[in-house]
Design a protein around this ligand. Sequence first.
Ligand code: FES
Ligand code: FES
Length: 188
Amino acid sequence: MRLSFILNGHQVVLETAPDRRAIDLLREDVTHEDLLGFDLVCHDHRALEVKEGCGTGECGACSILVDGVHRLACLMLAAQLEGREVVTAAGLGTQADPHPLQRAFAEHGAVQCGYCTPGMVVAAAALLEQNPAPTRAEIRQGLSGNLCRCTGYVKIVDAVQAVAKDFAGEDSAEEPGAPCAENEGERP
Ligand code: FES
Ligand code: FES
């Protein structure tokens, strides 16, 4: 089938099998060639930041935004991207102009091996879009579908909470009287 969608602000048109997994399409297929003058220019929009962990909807590493909604690319088919706007972690911000969450993850040491990070940042962005001032419990709940084997989650929650506070302009994301309840090695 001929598939047309927007990926991180770029219009993408390509031929694909409708039952190809969206994660494979995004990681492998999103290239095209243009003849510009005498030069054949390859445009490479492959989204290698969309990671595959489990491939079965359990880890969140493949998190993307589809029309602003948090989805798992390993559970979507290519055909489901038709006409949609897809944003990955690379579309949230760049190295030169990072998204506040990307900056906060770096500043709070919320990244170790980094494999979960693109999906975690996308999930956090979706969470803050729905709830700009979440409590720590709401952050843990909102990120509960995203697994991290390295950080113990505390610094990830710290990073998201810091951005929420910045957005709110106050300490509204504090959970009054609640001790830090995150445990190393457990899901957020
Ligand atoms: S790779 Fe999609 S949820 Fe794990
Ligand atoms: S930083 Fe390694 S899996 Fe999260």
